[in-house]
Design a protein around this ligand. Sequence first.
Ligand code: HEM
Length: 534
Amino acid sequence: MVNMANFTGSFASPSADATVSPQLFAPAGLIATVLDGFTIWKGLLTFLVAAVIYDQFKYHYLKGAIVGPMYKIPFMGPFLQSVNPKFTEYKAKWDSGDLSCVSVFHKFVVIASTRDMSRKIFNSPGYVKPCVVDAAHKLLGKTNWVFLDGKAHVDYRKGLNGLFTRQALAMYLPRSEEVFNSYNEKFLQKSAATNFTPTPWMSEFRELMCALSCRTFVGYYITDEGVQKIADDYYLITAALELVNFPIILPYTKTWYGKKAADMVLEEFTKCAAKSKARMAAGGEISCIMDAWVKAQLDSAAYREKIEKGIQVDSSEKPSQVLREFSDFEIAQTIFTFLFASQDATSAASTWLFQLMADRPEILDKVREENLNVRNGDRTLPATMDMLGQMPYTRAVVKETLRYRPPVIMVPYLVKKDFPISETVTVSKGSMIIPSVWPACHDEEAYPNADSFDPDRWITGTAEQQTKNWLVFGTGPHYCLGQTYAQLSLMSMIGKASMVMDWEHTPTPESEDIKVFATIFPQDDCLLTFRARP
Ligand code: HEM
């Protein structure tokens, strides 16, 4: 009976219900009824239903002809999947169509799988610009050059390109040799200390790559302790760069720790810039990338001064890029972007390279032989730029590693103007659009038996001619600034390691599975042991 009365009271016509009618005509009762019975719950429910319908409708409107789920999980979409992305899920997306989509909260995301679609995105700076996660602005600073677009970006980049030519790289090469020597020694000691028990080595490679970057970028302006601190804390920066973060930095969250680590790196690099300026002004030799950039600024200042004073300057004396002067902090910010861009990608590449070599001893033997030959049998000799130029097989091994396991599998871009990417699809302004690298690198037409690791395809095969598929370092105006440096570093790293060490990989069922942590790593973190070569 009670239930029945409640039921009647709630849903029957109010005027037919003696318990409700009197209240309707009393003002307080009216408000109470409206608030109680209608506005709060029904109003909220109506709003919610309308919002869900709008969310679905908008998703369908943006989706158009693009392949994607029929319906979106209300509001959040596959947010939970994106927090912990799985390689197999990306692969399923690539396999689902040339263009596929998802919508996570308010973000509509289009994923391009084919080589040609991906190239079109990379090469359409009029419609797209690189899309960095919100946290990157907080960590790198809003004024950072990597957020520049269009002409401003092209101009800034022209001033940096000269720091990465082969001629310039030859000047920093000794720094990498010193880092490899010290880490090879560390690897041997660590393995001996654990009695040659197979141990996950992924984090060791991350540390090695961080030390390599620090020494190449800022030389010995930073102490060993400073390098160690950056290497220890850098993973906090990677961990802070999740796709979706809370808009403000709350204490003790991942972004908070990431920001603290980033500020520490910036502070260290700012001190380095002041030291480099003093040393270069006193006529010091270029020892690292920071020196080269500071020297280019000093040369530009000297050139400008002569011009201002009306002194005739021969065109051969004009710097290839006339730069303005940058503050210590600006220099630190830019050098930090190099560390930021290189750390995850080079760590991924080196982890796979060591694993792949250990699993294929016959290939490692050839690398070893080539490295010994260019050193005329003296394995202690440091690698020079000339030597690296005479190592086609080691180069092929590095290229094949990067093709077989491209560290950066996708590069997020932001659509800044409605983008007609194909005859049937126009991607709306504000969407995220992601060119993919993996499928182009595993394209059977370009690379027959694409899923097998075969360095010879770069020597006797046709891999070298597949320039359109080589998207490992992107293409277009934002192509990787450090691509030559990265490949030469990997060549000299594996060459040097092959001279002084033997290493063994302990495969697990997860060794070939791919873990996505910004870039890609073996799921089991690569279990290795190292021993000194007799
Ligand atoms: C194996 C190692 C590396 C891989 C696979 C890699 C890959 C990439 C990719 C895919 C992009 C995006 C390109 C695009 O949007 O077209 C990129 C951009 C960039 N990379 Fe690398 N990278 C590597 C190492 C490095 C290193 C060592 C440095 C610095 C020394 C570096 C500096 C940069 C910079 C500054 C950009 C942004 C360029 C711009 O916006 O103009 N990268 N890299």
